[in-house]
Design a binder for this molecule. Structure first.
Ligand SMILES: [Zn+2]
Length: 329
C-alpha cells in the first residue's frame, strides 16, 4: 500500500498537470458516481491527508481517492495509450493537454465540504507525518493513549491512522529499527520520549522523501547514521528477513502482527525485546503476539526486491512511469 510520501508525490504530479485547468470531460467507472458533476469545474489544487488524496475543484467539490493495495493514478498526454486496461479505470479526468486516470482504487468518491467533516475516515485522521510541520508531540501522545487499546503494540500503533496518518508498512519497520525498538513493545510500556522519537523519525524521513525531486528511490538513512546503508532505496530491515543486519550482522527476522497480520521486520539484536522470547513466539511481552508469529527465511520474491523498495502498482510509481508524461515537479 502506498504510504504518505508516495501519495504526496502523486498529488504533486496531479497538481502539476491538472492544477488551474478546467475539466473538459470526465468518465466514471464507479456505480453511483456521477462524473458529469465534474465537467466544467476547475482544479483548484490537489492535497493529501495521510494516505488520502483530495482533488479540490471549484464550487466546493472534491474528488477523494484512497489507493489501498491496488489503486494508482496515471497521467497521460491526451490521445496516448494507457498502460492499464480501460476496464480498470475508476475515474477519468481530461483537463488541458492531459488525461488523469485512477485505476483500481477501492475508494473513489465525490465529497462536499460538509461531507468531509463527517467522513468516517477523514474526520478521525491523526496529524499527517508528511505535512510541512512535524506532528505536535503532545497531540500524538494524547492520541496514542486513546488508541492503545485498539493498537496495543508499537508496530500496530504506527499503522493506526488515528494516531498519526501516512505511515505504512515500510516506514514502520525502518523507523522501529532506527529507534532501536522491538515491534512487539507494548504501547503501555513506551516512554513519551520513545514515542516522540519514533514519530519524529518517520516524519523527518517521509517529509524528505515526499519532496525529493531527483531520485525516485526513498532514503532511510539519517545523514549522521547511514554508514551501513549503501544507497537510496536500500532498507535497513524491510523485506530483508534472513539477511544479515546491516549494523550487527544478525539475521533479520519477520513476523506478522495485528488483526490484519501485516509483516514487520526487525533485528533481534539491535531491537532486543525486554522480555525473553517464548518458544515459538515473537520475542516480546508475554501473551501479546506469539500466536500470530510467522518467521520464514527469505523467499525468492524477497531476495529479488531486497535491493529496493517495490511500490507495486502504486500511485507514485505509476505516475512516474507515465511521466515521460508527468514528472513530479
Ligand atoms: Zn542488528
Amino acid at each position: 500500500m502506498p504510504e504518505g510520501d508516495t501519495i504526496f508525490r502523486t498529488a504533486t504530479a496531479l497538481r502539476r498537470w491538472l492544477g488551474g485547468r478546467r475539466i473538459t470531460t470526465a468518465r466514471s467507472g464507479v456505480p453511483g458516481l456521477d462524473a458529469s458533476r465534474l465537467v466544467g469545474r476547475s482544479v483548484d489544487t490537489v492535497e493529501t491527508r495521510g494516505k488520502h488524496l483530495l482533488i479540490r475543484l471549484s464550487g466546493g467539490l472534491s474528488v477523494h481517492t484512497h489507493m489501498r493495495m491496488t489503486g494508482s493514478w496515471h497521467v497521460y498526454p491526451a490521445g496516448e495509450p494507457w498502460r492499464k486496461p480501460v476496464r480498470q479505470a475508476r475515474l477519468v479526468l481530461a483537463a488541458g493537454e492531459r488525461v488523469a486516470v485512477c485505476f483500481n482504487a477501492p475508494t473513489v468518491e465525490l465529497l462536499g465540504a460538509r461531507d468531509e467533516r463527517s467522513h468516517p475516515s477523514l474526520r478521525r485522521l491523526g496529524p499527517d507525518v508528511v505535512a510541512p510541520e512535524a506532528p505536535d508531540p503532545v497531540e500524538v501522545r494524547r492520541r496514542a493513549r486513546i488508541r492503545a487499546a485498539a493498537s496495543p503494540t508499537i508496530a500496530e500503533l504506527l499503522l493506526d491512522q488515528q494516531m498519526v496518518s501516512g505511515i505504512g508498512n515500510v516506514y514502520r519497520s525502518e523507523c522501529l529499527f532506527l529507534c532501536g525498538l522491538h515491534p512487539a513493545t507494548a504501547v503501555a510500556e513506551l516512554r513519551d520520549d520513545q514515542l516522540d522519537d519514533l514519530v519524529a523519525t518517520a516524519s523527518r524521513l517521509m517529509r524528505v522523501n515526499a519532496r525529493a525531486t531527483s531520485a525516485p528511490s526513498r532514503s532511510f538513512g539519517p545523514s549522521s547514521d547511514d554508514r551501513g546503508l549503501p544507497s537510496a532505496g536500500r532498507t535497513w530491515v524491510y523485506r530483508r528477513n534472513g539477511r544479515p543486519c546491516r549494523r550487527c550482522g544478525s539475521p533479520v527476522r519477520r513476523g506478522l502482527l495485528g488483526p490484519q497480520a501485516r509483516a514487520v521486520y526487525w533485528c533481534p539484536v539491535c531491537q532486543a525485546a525486554r522480555a525473553p522470547a517464548a518458544p515459538g513466539a515473537m520475542p516480546g511481552p508475554a501473551g501479546q503476539v506469539g500466536a500470530e508469529l510467522e518467521v520464514r527465511t527469505a523467499t525468492t520474491a524477497d531476495a529479488a526486491t531486497a535491493s529496493g523498495i517495490v511500490c507495486g502498482p502504486t500511485a507514485s510509481c505509476s505516475a512516474r512511469r507515465s511521466t515521460t508524461a508527468a514528472p513530479p515537479s
